[in-house]
Design a protein around this ligand. Structure first.
Ligand code: ATP
Ligand code: MG
Length: 366
């Protein structure tokens, strides 16, 4: 898939911007705070309806503007297609159009423009707390499996309601009577998430181990472990078995959840870890190992998406290349041929040989 052009209006620090892209490498250069990452964010949002850094849609609309718009034309699934988002700063729901037709959910455009984002924080993802790792997995899975996205939003919705019940139980003790209903539903949807994740992590781990082995000259043995609720003995088990295991775990934490007023157990606490030759990267990894393993994971994610859809997703490298030593830069640059890539960089003159250069200054092209 290739993003041919993009038009942006009142998105972040952009008033209006129209750009045509190279089907290969696009280098976005400019000083700090000019809008390079905002452009990367707009490209990611166009395809997925998700921002990798905004908490709320309203942040994406240029301060003071009535609405923001991102549209673009993509060559994918053997034809030219268009996507268009309109975002509002208040509570008004956003609008999505795919090939001119209004859509209800981002799931309906899934597969048209898939992106894999790689930024400097991702390099440390195996060392940080669990939530960036969950976000990484969720972001990939939402693009790979529209049904996963639906299940995840459903899960988060029930979780939020349950959270409210636990918090409001003093004022309204009758709420506790409906808690079991919510728990049952959480376990049913949670089981689905675990089932998707087990398969995703299995594929991701296998693909990443191939990259890592090339990278380390076959010296290190890469393996990925998926961790979920402890009563789930086999995450590949049938959904009803998983749901029952979740229910058991919830029941044994019933008191603790009531007392702490928090949702303590469930796949919203899931995590994964990578080991190199048997040693956890999180605990024992060197700086270089942590980075190399993260690069392998990203390349693996891109490969899984390509295998699934038959098309190479668009790679977004935000500031990541300049963070890396020449050996790791070369490794990435050699692996990414064959697809469209967007690379941001502050230093003028660097990487310019790679492809088309787009210079950004204060939300405008130079
Ligand atoms: P760096 O090289 O430091 O990463 P960058 O070019 O990637 O810089 P961006 O992250 O794209 O910079 O952000 C540029 C500017 O966008 C920031 O100065 C920020 O204040 C501005 N900005 C972000 N959101 C909005 C918004 N909703 N309205 C107006 N301006 C915004
Ligand atoms: Mg930036």
């Amino acid at each position: 898939m290739r993003l041919g052009n993009i038009s942006i209006r009142d998105f972040r620090n952009y008033e209006t911007l129209s750009l045509a892209f190279s089907p290969e490498v696009n280098l976005i250069v400019g000083d700090n705070a000019q809008g390079k990452t905002n452009l990367i964010e707009a490209i990611g949002y166009l395809g997925s309806g998700k921002s990798f850094r905004a908490q709320k849609t309203s942040e994406l609309v240029r301060l003071g503007a009535e609405f923001a718009e991102i549209s673009g034309s993509v060559f994918s699934q053997e034809r030219q297609q268009t996507l268009r988002w309109v975002l509002f700063p208040g509570g008004r729901p956003r609008q999505l159009y795919g090939n001119g037709v209004k859509k209800k959910t981002a799931g309906e455009i899934s597969g048209i423009l898939q992106t894999v984002l790689f930024c400097p924080e991702d390099l440390m993802v195996l060392k940080t707390g669990a939530s960036p790792r969950r976000r990484l997995a969720d972001h990939a899975l939402c693009q790979l499996r529209p049904n996963y996205e639906a299940a995840l939003s459903e899960y988060n919705r029930i979780l939020e309601q349950k959270s409210r019940i636990l918090k409001d139980r003093f004022e309204n003790p009758a709420l506790l009577e409906i808690l079991p209903e919510y728990n049952t539903r959480l376990c049913q949807v949670g089981a689905l998430l675990i089932s998707y994740r087990a398969r995703f992590f299995e594929g991701l781990g296998k693909a990443a181990s191939v990259y890592h082995s090339q990278f380390s000259g076959g010296k290190e043995d890469f393996s990925l472990q998926y961790h979920t609720v402890s009563t789930v003995k086999d995450p590949f088990a049938p959904i009803p078995v998983l749901a029952e295991a979740l229910q058991n775990h919830l029941e044994s934490h019933y008191r603790a959840e009531i007392e702490s007023m928090q949702c303590l157990t469930g796949p919203h606490k899931d995590d994964f870890d990578v080991s190199l030759s048997g040693l956890s990267v999180k605990t024992f990894g060197s700086q270089g190992q942590v980075r190399t393993a993260a690069i392998s994971l990203k390349l693996a994610q891109r490969e899984l998406m390509q295998r699934e859809s038959g098309e190479m997703p668009v790679l977004l490298l935000d500031d990541v290349l300049s963070e890396l030593d020449p050996g790791r830069q070369d490794f990435i640059l050699n692996q990414i041929t064959g697809g469209q890539v967007f690379i941001t960089c502050c230093e003028p003159g660097r990487f310019t040989k790679l492809g088309k250069t787009i210079e950004i200054s204060n939300g405008k092209t130079v």
